[in-house]
Ligand binder design. Structure first.
Ligand code: 0A1
Ligand code: ZN
Length: 848
């Protein structure tokens, strides 16, 4: 019997050593061909005095020649790179020239140089550059690059400024992960931007001919992002051109390569007919995110991959701020918290929990996670709450001034805050090193005008971290009088001990406490609050986030009771929901969010945290029942609301119009449960934009109807791959639990299913995992199906296979039978011969 392959050795933060080599300049020449692209790399290298071997990373490269200062070297690479013995190296500076051959057409992993619909493109973060040429592929080695591209294709792009057809020069030293190249038959949607200091910049969004008229919103978002970064952070753009390219086959959302951002086309292309309001909002956010990386990521990069949150947490924080400024801060905060809880809290509660700054990895691509990104952003939000807006602004100015052109660390980042504000952040730093979501238990005492809040923090164990120490937790509180008047405006309490009490004096009556306003820290609040108090806060809280949160918590309490003892929600909840739904003084987007009931996955997470073993089928039934109760309660007034929200004018993607559509779709969904889908069918037929078209279709699918509309949709949109992704997703996401596996399997046989396209794979299998009751159906069919396809995909695209495997990370909260089934599937995946390092690490971690 053959033994399984040995697990690859992890890379550890503790082992970091600066590079002994400096690269002073890089000249790359590409001769493009689908099979047999040659890459000539001339590296000007300064040696370290230590007399060490020179190690270059390189994977899957055919080495054609290697010359050192013109002299041929006869060396054989191993499967991870090339070592040039110290004895072969001269003292001081030298030039190393390598010529390698690669096959972009065979690159299905979409890392390094690959092809997508006849176009060449690259993805180098985190370690893709080593699939292009031999190089010290680590972020702390930074160099200016000159690039020459030879190809018959008309558009040849790389980083930096143009220097003639197919020639580019990037004056800003950069790590290899920011390198990019694109060649294709593309067309530009162009504009011109003048920076605050008066420099002109050419902006281009490069797409295939057929997509030319779908770029306007992305361009508008880019221009607003550039202006915003000047106005809010004082950051100007620093090249003569800024290029964006849309590509159909892409593992992630987008990539911030210097001066040449490469985007998954779904985050660039939009028209009212093809993109929903959510698509528009995501395009705006991701365009901003990648642009903001120019300063937070590119000008200041990461010393090593353990510091990933240095660029990602900060850049997410910045894009969230931007979206809040462009839209509604309250709505944006609620959406961000919904996402944080759905993805990051879930990650933190399971076998994949890891600190915002991890300490070891096998495959770094597995650490582009909600924890690094979203919790990384929350940590910055807390820091800002603790040091105040002025402190934050000063610290950032210092950060940019001090570290421009460097590869920095979390220590550097915290040091600028300490220096700019005089605050000691030693305890705060635990947020970066300890995984897990803290719980904050709150009890209160009131006596004769005097209120005491007792706060206790509990930091649960996570894999590899059995014991934790108390963190600094900013808890924003406000107090309301029994009439709903604010008697204490928002005040930030700093919880630093395991237990601490905070007192408030001079109160006229027992106040209602509004705690964790604006979700001031990424924690789980544990506090016994009655339904009446929650309803009061839903009606009166002056903090919009907590107002929503009160409604949410109330719905969760009620839903939990429906699941556990079958009690229907009482009339108080209906009264409160009715009041919010029809309150024209409230933003429609906010009302839509209140109407959105907690998801099944959220309920499973919540029930598990409260000590129950969640039953997916029971949660599904209870949630549907709750929707029915709500629909019946509001039914009489829904047609008027719908009529009032019916926008006759042409579609505009702004937040106000999108909010009205969100409320309209929420109302339509409820009405569908009482009118058999009549209104949704009519809405679908007359829809003139994708938000309403897809929204109405979802309403029908939710009530088990919509087959005919699905066919009409496919006939109409069959040629549009981004819209067809929605078609695949919708019918799986909204299918009845017992039909999901079968339906998903049938769709994998559809002529338009192409597993090589990550968007299409995600459209299908992401939807399967997101249909909670269907994915966790007791027959285990969905588990088997997903495992089968992950094994298949892993052979082609390990990175996407590994990411999608996280669908299994909630196994430990399930009942014993489901746990056995999921562990069985994970064990089967792990035993697959030739399994990738990516999926291997994920299954290993999930199995524990
Ligand atoms: N840095 C990009 C995300 C990204 C990360 C890895 C990739 O390939 C492994 C691709 C993109 C961002 O934050 O937008
Ligand atoms: Zn990013």
């Amino acid at each position: 019997m053959s033994s399984p392959p040995a697990s690859p050795t992890p890379v550890r933060l503790a082992d970091y050593r600066p590079s002994p080599w400096r690269i002073d300049r890089v000249a790359l020449q590409f001769r493009l061909a689908p099979r047999g692209t040659t890459v000539t790399a001339r590296l000007e290298i300064s040696s370290a005095p230590g007399g060490e071997d020179l190690r270059l990373d390189g994977e899957g490269l055919r080495l054609l020649s290697l010359r050192l200062d013109g002299r041929a070297l006869d060396l054989r690479p191993d499967d991870r790179g090339l070592t040039i013995p110290a004895a072969d190296l001269p003292q001081g500076a030298f030039t190393l020239e390598s010529v390698v051959e690669i096959d972009p057409a065979d690159n299905t992993a979409l890392e390094g140089l690959y092809m997508s619909k006849g176009m060449y493109c690259t993805q180098c973060e985190a370690e893709g550059f080593r699939k292009i040429t031999f190089y010290p592929d680590r972020p702390d080695v930074m160099a200016p690059f000159d690039v020459t591209i030879e190809s018959d294709l008309p558009v040849l792009l790389s980083n930096g400024n143009p220097a003639g057809q197919g020639r580019w020069t990037d004056p800003w030293p950069k790590p290899a992960y920011l390198f990019a190249l694109v060649a294709g038959d593309l067309i530009a949607h162009s504009a011109r931007f003048t920076t605050a200091s008066g420099r002109g910049v050419d902006l281009n969004i490069w797409v295939r001919q057929c997509d030319e008229d779908h770029c306007a919103y992305a361009m508008d978002s880019l221009i607003r992002s550039m202006r915003w970064d000047e106005q809010v952070y004082g950051r100007e753009y620093d090249l003569d051109v800024f290029n964006i390219v849309a590509v159909d086959d892409f593992n992630m959302g987008a990539m911030e390569n210097k001066g040449l951002n490469i985007f998954n086309s779904r985050y660039v292309l939009a028209s009212p007919e093809t993109a929903t309001d959510d698509d528009y909002a995501r395009i705006e956010a991701i365009i901003a995110h990648e642009y903001f990386h120019n300063w937070t990521g590119n000008r200041i990069t990461c010393r090593d991959w353990f510091q990933l949150c240095l660029k990602e947490g900060l850049t997410v924080y910045r894009d969230q701020q931007f979206s809040g400024d462009m839209r509604s801060h309250a709505v944006k905060r609620i959406e961000d918290v919904l996402m944080l809880r759905a993805r990051q809290f879930r990650e933190d509660a399971g076998p994949l929990a890891h600190p915002v700054r991890p300490e070891s990895y096998v495959e770094i691509n597995n650490f582009y996670t909600a924890t690094v990104y979203e919790k990384g952003a929350e940590v910055i939000g807390m820091l800002r709450r603790l040091v105040g807006d002025d402190g934050y602004a000063k610290a950032l100015d210092l950060y940019f001034a001090r570290h421009d052109g460097e590869a920095a660390t979390i220590e550097d980042w915290l040091a600028v805050f300490e220096e700019a504000t005089g605050r000691d952040l030693a305890q705060f730093k635990r947020w970066y090193s300890e995984a897990g979501t803290p719980r904050v238990r709150v009890t209160e005492q009131y006596e004769a005008g005097h209120l005491t809040l007792h706060l206790e923090q509990i930091n649960p164990p996570t894999p590899g971290q059995p014991r934790k120490s108390p963190k600094v937790i900013p808890i924003a509180v406000g107090l309301l009088s029994p009439e709903g008047r604010e008697v204490l405006p928002t005040t930030v309490l700093e919880l630093t001990g395991a237990q601490q009490a905070f007192s408030f004096d001079g109160l006229e009556a027992r106040p209602v406490v509004s705690i964790l306003r604006g979700f001031s820290a990424p924690v789980i609040l544990e506090r016994a609050v009655g339904a009446a108090e929650r309803a009061f806060l839903l009606e009166h809280d002056t903090d919009p986030f907590n107002r929503w949160e009160a409604g949410r918590a109330l719905a969760k309490d009620l839903l939990a009771r429906m699941v556990t003892d079958g009690t229907d929600p009482g009339p108080d909840w209906m009264t409160a929901m009715e009041a919010v739904t029809f309150d024209d003084g409230l933003e429609p987007a906010f009302r839509a969010l209140v109407l959105r009931l907690p998801s099944e996955d959220d309920m499973a997470q919540t029930l598990h945290a409260a000590g129950h073993v969640p039953d997916p089928a029971a949660i599904h039934t209870a949630r549907r029942r709750m929707q029915a109760v709500l629909a019946n309660g509001l039914a009489a007034r829904l047609p008027d609301l719908l009529a009032a929200l019916d926008d006759p004018g042409p579609y505009t993607p702004d937040a106000a119009a999108a909010g009205r559509r969100a409320l309209r779709m929420a109302a339509l969904s409820l009405l569908s449960r009482v009118d058999g889908g009549a209104a949704a069918r009519a809405t679908f037929t007359t829809a003139d934009n994708m938000t309403v078209e897809v929204g109405a279709l979802a309403c029908l699918l939710e009530i088990g109807a919509g087959d005919e509309e699905l066919t009409r949709f496919a006939t109409r949109w069959g040629e549009d791959r981004l819209v067809m992704d929605k078609w695949f997703t919708l019918q799986i996401l909204h299918a009845a639990p017992e039909t999901v596996a079968e339906r998903t399997e049938a769709l994998t046989g559809h002529a338009d299913f192409d597993m090589r396209n990550p968007n299409r794979f995600r459209a299908i299998f992401g939807a399967l995992a997101a249909n909670h009751a269907g994915f966790h159906h007791a027959d285990g069919a969905s588990y088997r199906l997903l495992a089968d396809w992950l094994i298949r995909l892993d052979a082609l695209n390990p990175q996407t296979a590994a990411r999608m495997s996280t669908a299994f990370d909630s196994w430990s909260r399930m009942d014993v039978d489901r746990q056995d089934m999921i562990r069985g599937e994970l064990t089967r995946i792990r035993a697959t011969p030739g399994l990738s390092r990516d999926l291997g690490e994920m299954t290993e971690r999930m199995l524990g």
